[in-house]
Design a protein around this ligand. Structure first.
Ligand code: SIN
Length: 524
Protein backbone atom coordinates (compact mmCIF):
# COMPACT_ATOMS: atom_id res chain seq x y z
CA UNK A 1 0.00 0.00 0.00
CA UNK A 2 1.42 3.37 -1.07
CA UNK A 3 1.56 6.27 1.35
CA UNK A 4 2.36 8.93 -1.18
CA UNK A 5 1.07 12.46 -0.75
CA UNK A 6 0.09 14.73 -3.59
CA UNK A 7 -0.64 18.40 -3.11
CA UNK A 8 -2.90 20.00 -5.71
CA UNK A 9 -2.95 23.80 -5.96
CA UNK A 10 -6.36 25.01 -7.18
CA UNK A 11 -9.83 23.55 -6.95
CA UNK A 12 -11.43 23.89 -10.38
CA UNK A 13 -12.36 21.19 -12.88
CA UNK A 14 -8.76 20.13 -13.63
CA UNK A 15 -7.83 19.83 -9.95
CA UNK A 16 -10.99 17.91 -9.09
CA UNK A 17 -10.77 15.66 -12.13
CA UNK A 18 -7.23 14.77 -11.02
CA UNK A 19 -8.25 14.25 -7.38
CA UNK A 20 -11.27 12.12 -8.32
CA UNK A 21 -9.03 9.87 -10.42
CA UNK A 22 -6.54 9.14 -7.63
CA UNK A 23 -7.23 5.85 -5.83
CA UNK A 24 -7.78 5.83 -2.06
CA UNK A 25 -4.23 4.59 -1.41
CA UNK A 26 -2.89 8.10 -2.11
CA UNK A 27 -3.33 11.08 0.15
CA UNK A 28 -4.45 14.01 -2.02
CA UNK A 29 -4.54 17.46 -0.47
CA UNK A 30 -6.35 20.03 -2.59
CA UNK A 31 -5.59 23.56 -1.46
CA UNK A 32 -7.26 26.71 -2.66
CA UNK A 33 -6.70 30.25 -1.48
CA UNK A 34 -10.41 30.96 -1.50
CA UNK A 35 -13.44 28.68 -1.48
CA UNK A 36 -14.05 25.69 -3.74
CA UNK A 37 -16.79 27.83 -5.32
CA UNK A 38 -14.22 30.39 -6.51
CA UNK A 39 -12.78 29.18 -9.78
CA UNK A 40 -13.12 29.87 -13.47
CA UNK A 41 -14.62 26.39 -13.88
CA UNK A 42 -17.53 27.41 -11.67
CA UNK A 43 -18.21 30.29 -14.07
CA UNK A 44 -17.92 28.26 -17.28
CA UNK A 45 -21.12 28.77 -19.25
CA UNK A 46 -19.89 27.05 -22.37
CA UNK A 47 -20.05 23.32 -22.36
CA UNK A 48 -17.82 20.42 -23.17
CA UNK A 49 -17.01 19.78 -26.81
CA UNK A 50 -17.10 16.13 -27.92
CA UNK A 51 -18.03 14.38 -31.15
CA UNK A 52 -20.75 12.17 -29.72
CA UNK A 53 -23.20 12.11 -32.60
CA UNK A 54 -22.75 9.55 -35.41
CA UNK A 55 -22.41 12.11 -38.21
CA UNK A 56 -19.58 13.83 -36.30
CA UNK A 57 -16.04 12.51 -35.71
CA UNK A 58 -12.97 13.08 -33.58
CA UNK A 59 -11.14 13.93 -36.81
CA UNK A 60 -13.60 16.75 -37.51
CA UNK A 61 -13.27 18.01 -33.93
CA UNK A 62 -9.48 17.94 -34.28
CA UNK A 63 -9.73 19.77 -37.59
CA UNK A 64 -11.80 22.57 -36.03
CA UNK A 65 -9.39 22.80 -33.08
CA UNK A 66 -6.47 23.19 -35.51
CA UNK A 67 -8.29 25.79 -37.58
CA UNK A 68 -9.07 27.93 -34.53
CA UNK A 69 -5.54 27.39 -33.18
CA UNK A 70 -3.91 29.28 -36.05
CA UNK A 71 -1.40 26.60 -37.04
CA UNK A 72 0.22 26.64 -33.60
CA UNK A 73 -1.33 23.51 -32.05
CA UNK A 74 0.69 20.40 -31.31
CA UNK A 75 -0.86 17.98 -33.78
CA UNK A 76 -0.49 14.75 -31.79
CA UNK A 77 -1.76 16.44 -28.66
CA UNK A 78 -4.89 17.59 -30.49
CA UNK A 79 -5.57 14.19 -32.05
CA UNK A 80 -5.11 12.36 -28.74
CA UNK A 81 -7.01 14.85 -26.60
CA UNK A 82 -10.19 14.87 -28.68
CA UNK A 83 -10.28 11.05 -28.63
CA UNK A 84 -9.59 10.82 -24.88
CA UNK A 85 -12.03 13.67 -24.28
CA UNK A 86 -14.82 11.90 -26.13
CA UNK A 87 -14.24 8.77 -24.04
CA UNK A 88 -14.38 10.79 -20.80
CA UNK A 89 -17.60 12.49 -21.92
CA UNK A 90 -19.10 9.03 -22.57
CA UNK A 91 -18.01 8.05 -19.05
CA UNK A 92 -19.75 11.15 -17.66
CA UNK A 93 -22.90 10.13 -19.52
CA UNK A 94 -22.66 6.64 -18.02
CA UNK A 95 -22.25 8.24 -14.57
CA UNK A 96 -25.59 10.04 -15.19
CA UNK A 97 -23.99 13.47 -15.38
CA UNK A 98 -27.01 15.71 -16.13
CA UNK A 99 -26.19 16.85 -19.66
CA UNK A 100 -29.12 18.77 -21.15
CA UNK A 101 -31.55 16.68 -23.19
CA UNK A 102 -34.44 17.52 -25.49
CA UNK A 103 -38.07 16.47 -24.94
CA UNK A 104 -37.32 13.08 -26.48
CA UNK A 105 -34.48 12.40 -24.09
CA UNK A 106 -31.79 12.96 -26.72
CA UNK A 107 -28.67 14.95 -25.88
CA UNK A 108 -29.02 18.59 -26.85
CA UNK A 109 -25.90 19.48 -28.81
CA UNK A 110 -25.11 23.15 -29.24
CA UNK A 111 -22.86 24.98 -31.66
CA UNK A 112 -20.23 27.57 -30.88
CA UNK A 113 -17.69 29.61 -32.83
CA UNK A 114 -15.52 27.76 -35.40
CA UNK A 115 -17.16 24.36 -34.75
CA UNK A 116 -18.28 22.64 -37.95
CA UNK A 117 -20.86 20.50 -36.12
CA UNK A 118 -23.24 20.67 -33.19
CA UNK A 119 -21.07 19.03 -30.56
CA UNK A 120 -21.26 21.13 -27.39
CA UNK A 121 -22.80 19.34 -24.44
CA UNK A 122 -24.20 21.63 -21.77
CA UNK A 123 -25.62 21.08 -18.32
CA UNK A 124 -28.09 23.34 -16.54
CA UNK A 125 -28.42 25.39 -19.75
CA UNK A 126 -25.41 27.66 -19.36
CA UNK A 127 -24.17 26.31 -16.01
CA UNK A 128 -21.99 23.44 -17.25
CA UNK A 129 -18.91 24.36 -15.22
CA UNK A 130 -20.86 24.61 -11.97
CA UNK A 131 -22.54 21.27 -12.60
CA UNK A 132 -19.23 19.64 -13.48
CA UNK A 133 -17.51 20.89 -10.32
CA UNK A 134 -20.44 19.58 -8.27
CA UNK A 135 -20.27 16.22 -10.02
CA UNK A 136 -16.51 15.86 -9.55
CA UNK A 137 -16.76 16.76 -5.86
CA UNK A 138 -19.38 14.03 -5.45
CA UNK A 139 -16.88 11.52 -6.87
CA UNK A 140 -14.00 12.30 -4.52
CA UNK A 141 -12.90 9.49 -2.22
CA UNK A 142 -12.18 10.01 1.46
CA UNK A 143 -8.44 10.18 0.65
CA UNK A 144 -8.98 13.67 -0.75
CA UNK A 145 -8.67 16.48 1.77
CA UNK A 146 -9.91 19.88 0.69
CA UNK A 147 -8.23 22.86 2.35
CA UNK A 148 -9.89 26.17 1.55
CA UNK A 149 -8.46 29.63 2.31
CA UNK A 150 -4.88 28.43 2.19
CA UNK A 151 -2.67 30.18 -0.37
CA UNK A 152 0.27 28.50 -2.09
CA UNK A 153 3.27 30.84 -1.83
CA UNK A 154 6.28 28.94 -3.08
CA UNK A 155 7.24 25.48 -4.27
CA UNK A 156 9.85 23.63 -2.28
CA UNK A 157 12.52 22.29 -4.62
CA UNK A 158 14.98 19.85 -3.12
CA UNK A 159 17.63 17.81 -4.89
CA UNK A 160 16.32 19.03 -8.25
CA UNK A 161 12.73 17.90 -7.73
CA UNK A 162 9.57 19.43 -6.41
CA UNK A 163 9.02 18.19 -2.89
CA UNK A 164 6.21 20.32 -1.54
CA UNK A 165 4.53 23.69 -1.26
CA UNK A 166 4.87 26.52 1.24
CA UNK A 167 1.42 27.78 2.07
CA UNK A 168 -0.11 30.52 4.14
CA UNK A 169 -3.49 30.36 5.85
CA UNK A 170 -5.89 33.19 6.63
CA UNK A 171 -4.31 33.75 10.03
CA UNK A 172 -0.95 34.34 8.29
CA UNK A 173 0.71 31.11 9.42
CA UNK A 174 3.19 29.74 6.92
CA UNK A 175 3.74 25.99 6.68
CA UNK A 176 5.45 23.55 4.39
CA UNK A 177 3.22 20.87 2.94
CA UNK A 178 5.65 18.16 1.91
CA UNK A 179 4.59 16.11 -1.06
CA UNK A 180 5.76 13.36 -3.36
CA UNK A 181 4.20 15.26 -6.24
CA UNK A 182 2.72 18.71 -6.66
CA UNK A 183 0.05 19.44 -9.25
CA UNK A 184 -0.53 23.07 -10.23
CA UNK A 185 -4.12 23.66 -11.34
CA UNK A 186 -4.58 27.27 -10.33
CA UNK A 187 -5.89 28.68 -13.65
CA UNK A 188 -4.64 31.50 -15.84
CA UNK A 189 -4.29 35.25 -15.42
CA UNK A 190 -7.59 36.98 -16.28
CA UNK A 191 -7.09 39.57 -13.55
CA UNK A 192 -4.25 41.15 -15.54
CA UNK A 193 -6.85 43.06 -17.58
CA UNK A 194 -9.64 45.51 -16.74
CA UNK A 195 -12.36 43.67 -18.68
CA UNK A 196 -12.27 39.94 -18.02
CA UNK A 197 -14.50 36.94 -17.37
CA UNK A 198 -12.39 35.33 -14.66
CA UNK A 199 -13.01 34.74 -11.00
CA UNK A 200 -11.42 37.35 -8.74
CA UNK A 201 -9.02 34.70 -7.41
CA UNK A 202 -7.41 33.94 -10.78
CA UNK A 203 -4.13 35.83 -10.47
CA UNK A 204 -1.59 33.62 -12.28
CA UNK A 205 -0.40 32.00 -9.05
CA UNK A 206 0.36 28.64 -10.69
CA UNK A 207 2.40 30.24 -13.46
CA UNK A 208 4.34 32.34 -11.01
CA UNK A 209 5.05 29.45 -8.63
CA UNK A 210 6.28 27.29 -11.52
CA UNK A 211 8.47 30.02 -12.96
CA UNK A 212 10.06 30.79 -9.60
CA UNK A 213 10.79 27.06 -9.25
CA UNK A 214 12.63 26.96 -12.60
CA UNK A 215 9.91 25.48 -14.81
CA UNK A 216 9.48 26.64 -18.42
CA UNK A 217 6.56 28.90 -19.33
CA UNK A 218 5.56 29.22 -22.98
CA UNK A 219 3.13 30.88 -25.42
CA UNK A 220 2.27 33.67 -22.95
CA UNK A 221 1.57 36.08 -25.82
CA UNK A 222 -1.48 34.06 -26.83
CA UNK A 223 -4.37 35.56 -24.88
CA UNK A 224 -7.97 34.87 -25.80
CA UNK A 225 -10.26 37.88 -25.60
CA UNK A 226 -13.84 36.65 -25.56
CA UNK A 227 -15.94 38.80 -27.87
CA UNK A 228 -19.03 39.13 -25.72
CA UNK A 229 -18.73 40.22 -22.13
CA UNK A 230 -21.87 41.86 -20.81
CA UNK A 231 -20.77 45.48 -20.52
CA UNK A 232 -22.24 48.35 -18.57
CA UNK A 233 -20.58 51.73 -17.99
CA UNK A 234 -17.24 50.38 -19.18
CA UNK A 235 -17.33 47.50 -16.72
CA UNK A 236 -17.73 43.79 -17.35
CA UNK A 237 -20.76 42.23 -15.68
CA UNK A 238 -20.03 38.62 -16.69
CA UNK A 239 -20.00 36.58 -19.87
CA UNK A 240 -22.60 36.18 -22.58
CA UNK A 241 -21.84 32.68 -23.78
CA UNK A 242 -20.95 32.06 -27.38
CA UNK A 243 -23.75 29.49 -27.28
CA UNK A 244 -26.08 32.50 -27.48
CA UNK A 245 -24.65 33.23 -30.93
CA UNK A 246 -24.80 29.50 -31.63
CA UNK A 247 -28.57 29.74 -31.06
CA UNK A 248 -28.87 32.57 -33.57
CA UNK A 249 -27.99 35.84 -31.82
CA UNK A 250 -26.07 38.29 -34.02
CA UNK A 251 -23.74 41.21 -33.35
CA UNK A 252 -25.07 44.59 -34.42
CA UNK A 253 -23.94 48.21 -34.19
CA UNK A 254 -25.99 51.09 -32.78
CA UNK A 255 -27.91 51.31 -36.06
CA UNK A 256 -28.83 47.65 -36.06
CA UNK A 257 -26.33 46.74 -38.83
CA UNK A 258 -24.70 43.33 -38.55
CA UNK A 259 -21.02 43.83 -37.88
CA UNK A 260 -19.73 40.38 -38.91
CA UNK A 261 -21.20 40.50 -42.43
CA UNK A 262 -18.32 40.41 -44.90
CA UNK A 263 -15.68 39.97 -42.18
CA UNK A 264 -15.46 36.16 -42.16
CA UNK A 265 -17.43 33.35 -43.85
CA UNK A 266 -18.54 32.05 -40.43
CA UNK A 267 -19.86 35.53 -39.57
CA UNK A 268 -20.86 35.73 -35.88
CA UNK A 269 -19.41 32.29 -35.27
CA UNK A 270 -15.96 33.08 -36.67
CA UNK A 271 -12.98 32.28 -34.40
CA UNK A 272 -13.00 34.43 -31.28
CA UNK A 273 -9.95 36.54 -32.10
CA UNK A 274 -11.59 37.68 -35.34
CA UNK A 275 -14.92 38.52 -33.71
CA UNK A 276 -13.22 40.28 -30.78
CA UNK A 277 -11.15 42.46 -33.13
CA UNK A 278 -14.22 43.34 -35.22
CA UNK A 279 -16.02 44.54 -32.08
CA UNK A 280 -12.91 46.37 -30.88
CA UNK A 281 -12.66 48.19 -34.25
CA UNK A 282 -16.27 49.38 -33.99
CA UNK A 283 -15.71 50.56 -30.44
CA UNK A 284 -12.57 52.46 -31.48
CA UNK A 285 -14.71 54.31 -34.00
CA UNK A 286 -17.04 55.32 -31.19
CA UNK A 287 -19.86 52.85 -31.88
CA UNK A 288 -21.39 50.61 -29.24
CA UNK A 289 -21.95 46.95 -30.08
CA UNK A 290 -24.93 44.81 -29.08
CA UNK A 291 -25.92 41.21 -29.26
CA UNK A 292 -29.32 40.97 -30.86
CA UNK A 293 -31.05 38.10 -29.07
CA UNK A 294 -34.54 38.84 -30.32
CA UNK A 295 -34.72 35.67 -32.46
CA UNK A 296 -34.01 33.29 -29.56
CA UNK A 297 -37.16 31.80 -28.07
CA UNK A 298 -37.25 30.95 -24.33
CA UNK A 299 -34.07 32.92 -23.62
CA UNK A 300 -34.59 32.73 -19.84
CA UNK A 301 -34.95 28.95 -19.87
CA UNK A 302 -32.10 28.35 -22.29
CA UNK A 303 -29.66 30.80 -20.68
CA UNK A 304 -30.49 31.13 -16.99
CA UNK A 305 -26.99 32.26 -15.99
CA UNK A 306 -26.84 35.02 -18.63
CA UNK A 307 -30.39 36.06 -17.70
CA UNK A 308 -29.39 36.39 -14.04
CA UNK A 309 -26.30 38.42 -14.96
CA UNK A 310 -28.48 40.78 -17.03
CA UNK A 311 -30.93 41.12 -14.18
CA UNK A 312 -28.13 41.89 -11.70
CA UNK A 313 -26.69 44.50 -14.06
CA UNK A 314 -30.10 46.08 -14.71
CA UNK A 315 -30.02 45.18 -18.42
CA UNK A 316 -33.37 44.30 -19.96
CA UNK A 317 -33.62 41.04 -21.88
CA UNK A 318 -37.05 42.04 -23.24
CA UNK A 319 -35.46 44.76 -25.37
CA UNK A 320 -33.55 42.01 -27.20
CA UNK A 321 -30.22 43.91 -27.31
CA UNK A 322 -27.44 43.11 -24.87
CA UNK A 323 -24.53 45.59 -24.72
CA UNK A 324 -21.29 43.67 -25.19
CA UNK A 325 -17.56 44.25 -25.27
CA UNK A 326 -14.55 41.94 -25.64
CA UNK A 327 -12.47 41.03 -22.59
CA UNK A 328 -9.73 38.69 -21.40
CA UNK A 329 -11.08 35.17 -21.11
CA UNK A 330 -8.39 32.52 -21.39
CA UNK A 331 -4.63 32.13 -21.57
CA UNK A 332 -3.56 29.64 -24.24
CA UNK A 333 0.02 29.67 -22.95
CA UNK A 334 1.17 28.62 -19.53
CA UNK A 335 3.46 26.16 -17.83
CA UNK A 336 4.98 24.00 -20.52
CA UNK A 337 3.97 20.34 -20.09
CA UNK A 338 4.14 17.04 -21.96
CA UNK A 339 1.18 14.76 -22.73
CA UNK A 340 1.01 13.70 -19.07
CA UNK A 341 1.02 17.19 -17.59
CA UNK A 342 4.65 16.87 -16.46
CA UNK A 343 6.57 20.15 -16.31
CA UNK A 344 10.31 20.58 -16.80
CA UNK A 345 10.77 20.25 -13.01
CA UNK A 346 10.66 16.62 -11.86
CA UNK A 347 7.65 15.71 -9.66
CA UNK A 348 5.88 18.94 -10.66
CA UNK A 349 2.75 18.71 -12.82
CA UNK A 350 0.52 21.39 -14.30
CA UNK A 351 -3.00 20.89 -15.66
CA UNK A 352 -5.94 23.02 -16.80
CA UNK A 353 -5.52 26.64 -17.86
CA UNK A 354 -2.27 26.97 -15.91
CA UNK A 355 -0.65 24.54 -18.34
CA UNK A 356 0.35 24.91 -21.96
CA UNK A 357 -0.22 21.49 -23.52
CA UNK A 358 -0.25 22.56 -27.18
CA UNK A 359 -3.91 21.55 -27.49
CA UNK A 360 -5.24 25.09 -28.00
CA UNK A 361 -2.46 26.46 -30.20
CA UNK A 362 -2.64 30.22 -30.60
CA UNK A 363 -6.39 30.41 -30.01
CA UNK A 364 -8.66 28.01 -28.14
CA UNK A 365 -11.72 26.52 -29.81
CA UNK A 366 -14.87 27.14 -27.78
CA UNK A 367 -15.71 24.55 -25.12
CA UNK A 368 -12.35 22.81 -25.41
CA UNK A 369 -11.15 23.99 -21.99
CA UNK A 370 -13.32 21.88 -19.66
CA UNK A 371 -12.48 19.02 -21.99
CA UNK A 372 -8.76 19.67 -21.54
CA UNK A 373 -9.21 19.85 -17.75
CA UNK A 374 -10.85 16.43 -17.74
CA UNK A 375 -8.32 14.84 -20.10
CA UNK A 376 -5.20 16.14 -18.37
CA UNK A 377 -6.56 15.68 -14.85
CA UNK A 378 -6.98 11.99 -15.59
CA UNK A 379 -3.70 11.64 -17.45
CA UNK A 380 -1.65 13.23 -14.66
CA UNK A 381 -3.36 10.92 -12.16
CA UNK A 382 -2.49 7.89 -14.26
CA UNK A 383 1.11 8.98 -14.73
CA UNK A 384 1.70 9.47 -11.01
CA UNK A 385 0.27 6.03 -10.25
CA UNK A 386 2.61 4.37 -12.72
CA UNK A 387 5.74 6.45 -11.98
CA UNK A 388 8.72 4.33 -11.09
CA UNK A 389 11.60 6.83 -10.98
CA UNK A 390 11.01 8.48 -7.63
CA UNK A 391 13.80 10.93 -6.89
CA UNK A 392 15.12 11.07 -3.37
CA UNK A 393 15.45 14.12 -1.14
CA UNK A 394 18.61 15.67 0.31
CA UNK A 395 19.21 16.16 3.99
CA UNK A 396 18.87 19.95 3.56
CA UNK A 397 16.41 21.57 5.94
CA UNK A 398 13.82 23.74 4.25
CA UNK A 399 14.09 27.37 5.25
CA UNK A 400 11.67 30.27 5.08
CA UNK A 401 14.27 32.98 5.21
CA UNK A 402 15.16 33.06 1.50
CA UNK A 403 11.55 33.14 0.30
CA UNK A 404 10.97 36.72 -0.77
CA UNK A 405 8.80 38.45 -3.34
CA UNK A 406 9.30 41.57 -5.45
CA UNK A 407 6.10 43.54 -4.91
CA UNK A 408 5.63 46.58 -7.19
CA UNK A 409 4.75 49.89 -5.58
CA UNK A 410 1.59 50.26 -7.64
CA UNK A 411 -1.96 49.00 -7.41
CA UNK A 412 -3.61 46.07 -9.14
CA UNK A 413 -5.70 48.63 -11.01
CA UNK A 414 -2.51 50.27 -12.34
CA UNK A 415 -1.34 46.92 -13.72
CA UNK A 416 -4.73 46.22 -15.27
CA UNK A 417 -4.90 49.64 -16.88
CA UNK A 418 -1.42 49.36 -18.38
CA UNK A 419 -2.02 45.83 -19.66
CA UNK A 420 -5.37 46.86 -21.14
CA UNK A 421 -3.96 49.99 -22.77
CA UNK A 422 -0.81 48.43 -24.19
CA UNK A 423 -0.88 44.58 -24.25
CA UNK A 424 -4.46 43.91 -25.21
CA UNK A 425 -6.43 43.00 -28.36
CA UNK A 426 -4.30 45.08 -30.74
CA UNK A 427 -0.58 45.34 -29.95
CA UNK A 428 2.31 47.32 -31.45
CA UNK A 429 6.00 47.51 -30.61
CA UNK A 430 5.60 51.15 -29.49
CA UNK A 431 2.79 50.35 -27.07
CA UNK A 432 4.54 47.25 -25.74
CA UNK A 433 7.73 49.22 -25.18
CA UNK A 434 5.79 51.84 -23.22
CA UNK A 435 4.55 49.27 -20.75
CA UNK A 436 7.96 47.58 -20.61
CA UNK A 437 9.49 50.90 -19.61
CA UNK A 438 6.81 51.36 -16.98
CA UNK A 439 7.68 47.95 -15.53
CA UNK A 440 11.38 48.74 -15.53
CA UNK A 441 10.94 52.07 -13.77
CA UNK A 442 8.56 50.79 -11.11
CA UNK A 443 10.18 50.54 -7.66
CA UNK A 444 9.59 47.21 -5.94
CA UNK A 445 9.64 46.21 -2.30
CA UNK A 446 11.23 42.91 -1.34
CA UNK A 447 8.96 41.21 1.19
CA UNK A 448 9.56 37.93 3.03
CA UNK A 449 6.85 35.28 2.86
CA UNK A 450 6.19 35.62 6.59
CA UNK A 451 5.29 39.28 6.25
CA UNK A 452 3.54 39.34 2.90
CA UNK A 453 -0.23 39.82 2.71
CA UNK A 454 -2.34 37.79 0.30
CA UNK A 455 -3.04 40.93 -1.75
CA UNK A 456 0.67 41.74 -2.06
CA UNK A 457 1.40 38.13 -3.00
CA UNK A 458 -1.19 38.28 -5.80
CA UNK A 459 0.29 41.56 -6.97
CA UNK A 460 3.77 39.99 -7.10
CA UNK A 461 2.44 37.03 -9.12
CA UNK A 462 0.53 39.23 -11.57
CA UNK A 463 3.45 41.62 -11.93
CA UNK A 464 5.78 38.81 -12.88
CA UNK A 465 3.31 37.34 -15.38
CA UNK A 466 2.63 40.77 -16.88
CA UNK A 467 6.33 41.37 -17.54
CA UNK A 468 6.81 37.93 -19.10
CA UNK A 469 3.70 38.28 -21.27
CA UNK A 470 4.83 41.70 -22.50
CA UNK A 471 8.29 40.40 -23.40
CA UNK A 472 6.72 37.53 -25.37
CA UNK A 473 4.32 39.85 -27.17
CA UNK A 474 7.19 42.14 -28.12
CA UNK A 475 9.33 39.32 -29.40
CA UNK A 476 6.72 37.63 -31.63
CA UNK A 477 6.76 39.84 -34.70
CA UNK A 478 3.74 38.39 -36.47
CA UNK A 479 0.00 38.03 -35.84
CA UNK A 480 -1.43 34.63 -35.02
CA UNK A 481 -4.52 33.59 -33.06
CA UNK A 482 -4.83 35.54 -29.82
CA UNK A 483 -1.71 37.62 -30.52
CA UNK A 484 -2.36 40.47 -32.95
CA UNK A 485 0.34 43.00 -33.82
CA UNK A 486 -0.94 45.80 -36.06
CA UNK A 487 2.68 46.53 -36.99
CA UNK A 488 3.04 42.89 -38.16
CA UNK A 489 -0.58 42.16 -39.12
CA UNK A 490 -0.04 38.85 -40.91
CA UNK A 491 0.81 35.34 -39.93
CA UNK A 492 4.42 34.69 -40.85
CA UNK A 493 4.84 30.95 -41.29
CA UNK A 494 8.25 31.33 -42.89
CA UNK A 495 9.59 33.09 -39.82
CA UNK A 496 7.45 31.80 -36.95
CA UNK A 497 5.78 28.48 -37.75
CA UNK A 498 6.41 26.05 -34.90
CA UNK A 499 8.36 28.60 -32.88
CA UNK A 500 7.56 28.96 -29.21
CA UNK A 501 8.74 31.70 -26.90
CA UNK A 502 9.94 30.10 -23.69
CA UNK A 503 10.70 31.76 -20.36
CA UNK A 504 12.86 29.97 -17.85
CA UNK A 505 15.09 31.08 -14.99
CA UNK A 506 15.21 34.71 -16.08
CA UNK A 507 15.94 34.03 -19.73
CA UNK A 508 13.75 34.17 -22.82
CA UNK A 509 14.40 31.93 -25.82
CA UNK A 510 12.72 30.97 -29.08
CA UNK A 511 12.43 27.22 -29.58
CA UNK A 512 11.34 25.20 -32.54
CA UNK A 513 8.62 22.65 -31.73
CA UNK A 514 8.52 19.90 -34.36
CA UNK A 515 5.08 18.75 -33.17
CA UNK A 516 3.73 22.12 -34.26
CA UNK A 517 5.74 22.36 -37.47
CA UNK A 518 4.18 19.12 -38.69
CA UNK A 519 0.73 20.55 -38.12
CA UNK A 520 -1.42 20.08 -41.24
CA UNK A 521 -0.47 22.40 -44.10
CA UNK A 522 -4.17 22.96 -44.70
CA UNK A 523 -4.12 25.35 -41.78
CA UNK A 524 -1.53 27.64 -43.26
C1 SIN B 1 -18.66 30.64 -23.82
O1 SIN B 1 -19.64 30.07 -23.36
O2 SIN B 1 -18.73 31.44 -24.73
C2 SIN B 1 -17.34 30.35 -23.23
C3 SIN B 1 -17.03 28.95 -23.38
C4 SIN B 1 -15.59 28.72 -23.60
O3 SIN B 1 -14.80 29.63 -23.37
O4 SIN B 1 -15.23 27.64 -24.06
Amino acid sequence: MSSQTIVVVGAGAAALSFAAAMPPSYEVIVITKSSVHDSNSMLAQGGIAASVQPQDSSAAHAEDTLYAGGGHNHIETVNDAVVDGRRIVMELISQSFPFDKDRNGRLQLGKEGAHSANRILHAGGDATGRMLVRHLISRLHSNVILREYEAACELWIDNGRCAGVWTKDQAGSVRLRKADYVVLAAGGCGNLFQMHTNNRSVTSDGLSLAYRAGACLTDLEFVQFHPTLLAKNGRACGLVSEAVRGEGAVLIDENGRRIMEGVHPLKDLAPRDIVARAIHDHQKQGSRVFLDISEIPDFYQRFPTVSTLCEQAGISIEKGRLPVSPGMHFLMGGISVNRWGETSVPHLYAIGEAACTGFHGANRLASNSLLECLVYGKRAAKRIQTATNRMSLSAKRPSLEEITFAVPECSLEDIRKNMTDHVSIIRTADELKKVKKWFEQMPVQIINVKEITNEALELAHLWQTATLMTDSALLRKESRGGHFRSDFPFRDDAGWKGKQIVHSKGSITIRQNEGIVNNAAAHA
